[in-house]
Design a binder for this molecule. Structure first.
Ligand SMILES: Nc1ncnc2c1ncn2[C@@H]1O[C@H](COP(=O)(O)OP(=O)(O)OP(=O)(O)O)[C@@H](O)[C@H]1O
Length: 452
């Protein structure tokens, strides 16, 4: 079991010191202070799982301290220490939210047992939260008939069993996060936290605070202490998506963290030990990023002990029918809209489309089809506009040689057409959705020769 972060509060310094020896010997991290005011000051800077406080102290007594703690830090548990003869007070404290009480000067085993009970309870609480999270994420489809995908899965499974850093590569929407979670679920860390962070387009200070956390007041706007993702991933898995987007300075900081397994929250001198497995992902070509000086080589070698390449959906055509079936079932369940007929043209399209947006695009198209279905029937008119126009055989837009202007015009035209259709040609509504005036919309309609 993971040791707890404990704060002992007692006006007798010697007693505090003895407690520290006992608690640290049991694997806990113990901090000490000799008054309620000092305790509150420490609590405002550090996080503790448990405060063990003497009941009788000058100025602020244990009950007052308990009251403050429960008000300000409801997740921190409090244990009362009480001398013989004041047990009633301690029982009263439990009514106020104290976890339990122990007799001061009694057998230390009593204290150790109480803390062990608390550890089990906290562990259970954490596992419960994780379980809830997992149920939300576990709904994926990894059956496959594609040799490339199956080989990738087998590498992922082997990687999961080790504790090495994994880098997942693949186009946008292929399921990099899905595989990161698969690795976590198949690893020894599966009962601990899976913390993820998408590093794309996050300002550097925000990214630093997201990763490392910060103390209250460490920068303008830091109104509260915040635990960073790295700290929260302790004993679990940290998944950093879009790793190719993080600035060089942050790469250097992360490299140091991976090597030392230690962090400081922003604005704090307290060194925190962290133990996590790092999984990263990107759709960028990191070799080019390194050549062009945007990605550190030493960082690359650290994070890429095992590299997993997820093939794009167009290279695993044989899996498309499985995924179609899976997403139809899932969408029907989620939306409570049973489907009993799918227009054969829709199926034909779904099976032959080249899915530049990969599994995400397939999933979105099917969700759309189910939303737009009427009386359990999926009509071909419900397909997105681009797909009604392009026949499967001319969908190879990877070799599209048109200029940007033409592409922009086509996208604009298709989008206006689909918004108009969705709103039954209601010009006011469509103009509002498109963010233009009615007059501008009229002009676009005549420019693109769209039928109203
Ligand atoms: N095998 C799968 N089973 C179920 N859903 C999947 C599967 N693969 C991908 N998806 C779904 O497709 C969407 C995209 O997946 P994911 O976010 O993992 O892709 P990604 O490669 O990380 O994308 P990006 O590069 O844009 O971050 C998600 O909604 C995800 O749930």
């Amino acid at each position: 079991m993971r040791g707890l972060r404990i704060l002992v509060v007692d006006d007798e310094q010697d007693y505090c010191n003895v407690m520290k020896v006992i608690l640290n010997a049991k694997g806990h991290q113990t901090a000490l202070c000799t008054s309620g005011a000092d305790a509150l000051s420490l609590l405002s800077k550090n996080t503790y799982d448990l405060v063990i406080t003497d009941l009788i102290m000058p100025e602020m007594d244990g009950n007052q301290l308990l009251h403050e703690i429960k008000n300000r830090y409801p997740d921190t548990e409090v244990m009362m220490m009480t001398a013989y003869g004041t047990i009633e007070n301690a029982v009263g404290a439990m009514r106020e939210g104290a976890y339990s009480y122990v007799t001061k000067g009694g057998n230390p085993e009593e204290l150790v047992r109480e803390i062990e009970k608390l550890q089990s309870m906290l562990e259970l609480k954490r596992e419960n939260e994780l379980l809830k999270e997992k149920v939300a994420h576990v709904d994926v489809m990894l059956d496959s008939k594609s040799p490339g995908f199956l080989e990738m899965l087998s590498i992922a499974k082997k990687a999961a069993a080790s504790d090495t850093n994994v880098l997942i590569l693949g186009e946008s929407g292929v399921g990099k996060e899905v595989i990161a979670q698969y690795i976590h679920r198949n690893s020894l860390r599966k009962n601990k936290q899976f913390m993820d962070l998408n590093c794309h387009a996050i300002a550097e200070t925000v990214l630093e605070s997201e990763l490392f956390g910060h103390e209250k007041g460490s920068f303008t706007g830091a109104l509260h202490r915040r635990i960073g993702r790295i700290e929260a991933a302790d004993q679990g898995t940290l998944f950093l998506d879009e790793i190719g987007d993080i600035p060089l300075t942050m790469q250097a900081k992360l490299l140091k963290t991976i090597e030392n397994k230690k962090i400081y929250r922003m604005g704090s001198n307290e060194e925190l030990e962290v133990d996590f497995r790092l999984v990263t992902a990107t759709n960028k070509n990191l070799e080019i990023e390194m050549e062009e000086g945007r990605f550190r080589e030493d960082f690359f070698y650290r994070i890429s002990t095992i590299v997993i390449n997820i093939p794009p959906l167009r290279k695993r055509q044989e899996d498309i029918p499985l995924l179609i079936d899976y997403f139809f079932k899932r969408s029907q369940n989620e939306m409570k809209k049973p489907i009993h007929r799918i227009d054969p043209d829709v199926m034909d399209f779904l099976k032959n489309y080249h899915y530049p947006g990969n599994v995400r695009e397939l999933k979105n198209i099917i969700e759309r089809l189910v939303v737009l279905s009427e009386d359990g029937v999926v009509q071909k008119e419900a397909l997105p506009t681009f797909s009604q126009r392009s026949k499967p055989e001319n969908q190879a837009s990877i070799q599209d040689e048109r200029g940007l202007k033409e592409i922009r015009r086509e996208t604009e035209k298709n989008h206006i057409e689909s918004v108009l259709r969705r709103h039954n040609n209601n010009m006011t509504k469509a103009a509002e959705v498109l963010g233009i005036t009615r007059r501008q919309l009229f002009n676009k309609i005549s420019e693109y020769n769209l039928e109203k």
